[in-house]
Write a protein of this length. Structure first.
Length: 214
């Protein structure tokens, strides 16, 4: 226990850093994922191509490489921001590709006849998507969206290698102080477990409230 009690402030800072990264990157991933899913089913060809390229590139790019591209590449083009903001951008954009595909699979479960009926009533594509299709699709994709965001929380550990305060990076400081490295990682693992269980609990509540009965 002394590893935790003696270094509680360090663990707390790293834990809160991971929570902050997870929350902001999740919001960005959900927003971009929704947008890209809309593009992928849009009647406009250029939007479908853009959405397809976005998903294909990001899903097939290693996350570490994306971190290098964002944190080291964007400043060369004059965009200088705190490293934590760059980390949120990298995590959010990467995860948005997976959120997009989850949402698109949910959209495909909605019968086409419902979209056709909405359009026959004079609804635009945006109205049909937002008022008819997505509310039904959301109900069926709650579990996979939760799993994707749990993966995001664990992927945030990469940010520690780029001078961003997060939970895994605390091992460096604590190890330098001479504490047992095994117990250092045990408490780090428990910290990630708390975060992932919290996300899982949240999505279990959402699924019980709005999910499709199976």
């Amino acid at each position: 226990m002394n590893v935790l009690t003696d270094n509680f402030a360090i663990y707390r800072e790293g834990f809160l850093g991971t929570v902050e990264l997870t929350v902001y990157a999740s919001l960005l991933a959900l927003a971009l994922g929704f947008l890209m899913a809309s593009f992928r089913v849009a009647p406009v060809g250029s939007l479908r191509v853009f959405g397809t390229v976005w998903v294909t590139v990001l899903r097939n790019t290693p996350l570490t490489l994306l971190f290098f591209a964002v944190l080291l590449g964007l400043p060369r083009f004059g965009l200088v921001l705190p490293f934590k903001v760059f980390a949120v951008l990298a995590l959010g954009c990467y995860t948005s590709a997976f959120i997009c595909e989850v949402l698109r699979s949910g959209i495909n479960t909605v019968p086409k006849e419902q979209g056709e009926a909405a359009r026959s009533l004079g609804m635009t594509f945006a109205q049909t998507l937002n008022l008819v299709v997505l509310p039904q699709a959301f109900r069926s994709v709650i579990p996979p969206v939760g799993s994707t965001l749990i993966a995001l929380a664990k992927n945030s550990a990469i940010a520690g290698a780029f001078s961003v305060t997060e939970l895994l990076g605390t091992y460096k400081t604590i190890n330098e102080l001479g504490y047992n490295i095994v117990w250092t990682f045990v408490w780090i693992a428990l910290g990630y477990l708390v975060i992932t269980l919290a996300i899982s609990a949240l999505f279990n509540v959402l699924e019980r409230t709005w999910g499709v009965a199976r």
